[in-house]
Design a protein around this ligand. Structure first.
Ligand code: HEM
Length: 422
């Protein structure tokens, strides 16, 4: 069925993601009427959009056909695309923009570090950080902006420790990661309001952010090469790729993807969890009575939040998907939030349900590129809620929550709450 221009424009519009409902409605229509369809949002090149789990998973698994490396794996406007071509700016090479044989080799480098067996060693320290965050919430005296005051800072501290970034540099790293994902948000962007409506300005601001991150991380790489420790930063800085020492540029890409992917995703999901609890007193009561439901609560908050809104793939060959003819060179958008509301996979997909079993969400992606930090993110969230739930007696919204303007990685910007805790 023909996709209207309105729907094509909504599903790429950062402001529509901030409102959520227009995007939910657009994806619901697409799943029912055109689950794998080509469209051209205004200002963009034509894109195929996969909205059901079946097609998203199919594209992710067919790495012989669909490349993450051939073209940027993140949606950009045509103007930015041309600007990047003109300036030759490619940004750092990272896992999300690699194909095999490099991709598998780069994942191998940190595979054992990210295994639950190794992560378990970090649990006591992560619990300390979680406890400090919960204590901070207590000290705030019953009212705070949960997103800004608590959820942003907790995963940031965890990931920065893992990367060996000292606490005094955290505020700067927070600013840089927010600029990175908030390129179109007037409050978060480095260039301010101007960049919200001008994708080329937004891109230039992003390049300045990347340059600052590069300087910082290159110094850290050199430090870890000289004096290695057991942290992730040392594993990467001293790693070998195809038998040779990893280049500074590639180590840098690894640091950047870990610093950015490992932080906003987890904090957005935790903020969404609190937003839900504040609207559902019955849920807090249930979790307090039966702590074994904390794990399914986290699965459901990850499905509900879907903080990564898309990744892109480029077809390397002609191929038929869901009866549609995709041509070599075509760009494909994988919509994880839509896959997480797929009526063919979930009963009552628009209901937050902690008893959902199984909960086959695709918030962490699927296939060879599936989130490398999934176990770490899940562990961080489990420890946080295990520490907070027994102490949280009540919570309600004390204002209207807002969301970040982005079509890539985003979640709540403010979740004002009033609460009682001990
Ligand atoms: C990739 C989601 C937490 C590191 C991804 C992808 C998604 C995702 C959707 C792309 C998967 C695909 O293309 O199929 C999430 C969510 C998180 C989270 C929802 C938390 C709630 C983390 C954490 C880290 C991390 C804590 C690291 C410390 C990465 C990396 C990749 C990735 C390195 C690239 C993997 C690759 O391309 O091979 N994540 N992530 N993520 N994530 Fe996460």
């Amino acid at each position: 069925m023909q996709v209207s221009q309105e729907i094509a424009d909504i599903i790429v519009d950062p402001a529509a993601y901030a409102q959520e409902k227009p995007v939910d409605d657009a994806f619901t229509w697409l799943r029912a009427n055109a689950p794998f369809a080509q469209m051209q949002p205004e200002g963009y090149m034509p894109i195929w959009v996969a909205t059901r789990q079946e097609e998203i998973q199919n594209v992710e698994l067919r790495t012989d056909i669909f490349s993450a490396a051939q073209r940027l794996p993140i949606l950009t406007t045509e103007a930015v695309f041309r600007e990047r071509e003109k300036s030759g700016f490619t940004g750092a090479r990272t896992l999300v923009s690699m194909d095999d044989p490099d991709h598998v080799e780069f994942r191998r480098l940190t595979r054992s570090w990210f295994l639950p067996k190794n992560l378990n060693n970090l649990e006591p320290r992560i619990r300390e950080i979680a406890r400090a965050s919960v204590n901070r919430m207590f000290e705030l005296g019953g009212e705070c902006d949960f997103s800004r005051d608590i959820a942003l800072m907790y995963p940031l501290r965890v990931i920065m420790e893992i990367l060996g970034v000292p606490q005094e540099d955290e505020a700067m790293m927070l600013k840089l990661t927010q600029e990175f994902f908030g390129t179109r948000d007037p409050e978060l962007n480095r260039a301010g309001g101007d960049a919200a409506n001008d994708s080329v300005k937004a891109q230039q601001a992003l390049q300045a952010t990347m340059a600052q991150m590069t300087d910082y991380f290159v110094a850290l790489i050199e430090n870890r090469r000289g004096t290695p420790t057991s942290d992730l930063a040392s594993v990467v800085a001293n790693g070998r790729i195809h038998g040779e020492p990893i280049s500074v540029g590639d180590a840098l890409g690894y640091y950047i993807i870990t610093a950015t992917a490992g932080h906003d995703t987890t904090s957005s999901t935790t903020s969404v969890g609190m937003w839900t609890l504040a609207e559902r007193p019955d849920l807090l009561k249930t979790l307090r009575e039966d702590p074994s439901l904390i794990r399914p609560f986290i699965d459901e908050e990850v499905r509900w939040a879907s903080p990564v809104k898309h990744f892109m793939r480029t077809a390397m060959h002609d191929v038929e998907i869901a009866g549609q003819q995709v041509r070599k060179g075509d760009w494909v958008m994988l919509s994880y939030p839509s896959g997480n509301r797929d009526e063919r996979v979930f009963d009552r997909p628009f209901e937050f349900d902690v008893t959902r079993k199984p909960n086959r969400h695709i918030s962490f992606g699927y296939g060879p590129h599936v989130c490398l930090g999934q176990a770490l993110g899940m562990m961080e969230m489990r420890i946080f809620w295990e520490e907070l739930i027994p102490r949280l007696q009540s919570v309600e919204l004390s204002g209207t929550p807002t969301r970040m303007l982005s079509n890539f990685v985003c979640g709540p910007k403010a979740v004002p709450i009033r609460y009682e805790m001990n």
